[in-house]
Design a protein around this ligand. Structure first.
Ligand SMILES: Nc1ncnc2c1ncn2[C@@H]1O[C@H](COP(=O)(O)OP(=O)(O)O)[C@@H](O)[C@H]1O
Ligand SMILES: [Mg+2]
Length: 258
């Protein structure tokens, strides 16, 4: 288990619950993330990963618990307020702004995000171009989003969020639908951006090779509850995680490859 005692905690999720009628989609989940850390958030479909993200970002109202970001209680804030403080997310199903170019999509993030440059198009565009270069979209900046491929739509999703200059980002299945070499590329990109921006990333993913390779620490959800937290190796060796999610063969393969 990673000791967080003397590390800089940027996100502190305290006993968050979300009930939909009788269903406890998220059930008293707590964890922390420190500055610059990549925390993997995994679990079977329906485990509560997206719901937890929606609570933290203010997209959904919680049933119980609190969320502190940089020591500020953000539990009752609206999504745009949370985003402007520096905590943002991508959407599991990509949400490009149709009828607009790649650059215009990223510009929305830089104009209305944390720095709120809505009165300064020059500054906003400068930021958008810096980010497009970082994620490898600079050559496609004038393409309409309707003309580009899924891996690039995922890049736009990421770029729009980065243009907001966040400190914490929830990435909700950004690699779904990508082929193995695209997954490899996306993993390198995430690692590069974490390093360059000292970004904290909560990384939700089903592609285990990517999660195990990128994450410093992993949280496992099952039926809304946190069932395990630890290093990738600890998680792969945990009997409850093997039973609920990984399966014996996969867990063995990961451990052998480390
Ligand atoms: N708006 C909603 N209304 C009712 N049930 C929901 C709603 N959103 C999610 N759920 C349910 O909550 C559970 C957790 O879903 P979700 O957070 O999307 O899981 P994950 O992202 O881990 O796949 C699922 O059983 C899902 O059907
Ligand atoms: Mg989900």
């Amino acid at each position: 288990m990673v000791c967080l005692m003397d590390k800089k905690i940027i996100l502190d999720i305290q006993s968050i619950s979300k009930h939909f009628g009788a269903l406890k989609a998220v059930d008293q989940v707590s964890f922390q993330a420190e500055k610059g850390e990549i925390v993997g958030l995994i679990g079977p479909n329906g485990a509560g990963k997206t719901t937890l993200t929606n609570i933290v970002t203010g997209d959904l109202k919680k049933t119980g618990g609190k969320v502190f970001f940089k020591g500020i209680d953000i539990s009752n804030l609206l999504p745009f307020q949370v985003a402007r403080l520096g905590l943002t997310r991508t959407y599991q199903i990509v949400k490009p702004l149709e009828g607009m170019t790649v650059e215009e999509n990223v510009l929305v993030g830089s104009l209305y995000g944390r720095a709120n440059r809505k009165n300064n198009l020059y500054q906003g565009r400068k930021k958008a171009r810096e980010i497009m270069k970082l994620v490898g979209l600079d050559k496609k900046r004038d393409s309409l989003v309707s003309d580009i491929t899924l891996p690039d739509l995922k890049r736009i999703e990421f770029a729009r969020v980065l243009a907001m200059e966040p400190e914490v980002v929830f990435l909700d299945e950004v690699m779904a639908g990508l082929n193995p070499s695209e997954v490899e590329e996306a993993s390198e990109l995430i690692k590069k951006i974490r390093k360059e921006k000292n970004l904290t990333i909560i990384y939700i993913e089903h592609i285990m090779k990517a999660v195990m390779g990128i994450s410093d620490r992993i949280i496992v959800l099952h039926h809304g509850k946190k069932i395990c937290e630890g290093s990738p190796k600890e998680v792969c060796e945990n009997p409850a995680v093997i039973e609920a999610y990984l399966g014996k063969r996969f867990a063995k393969e990961v451990i052998n490859n480390q």
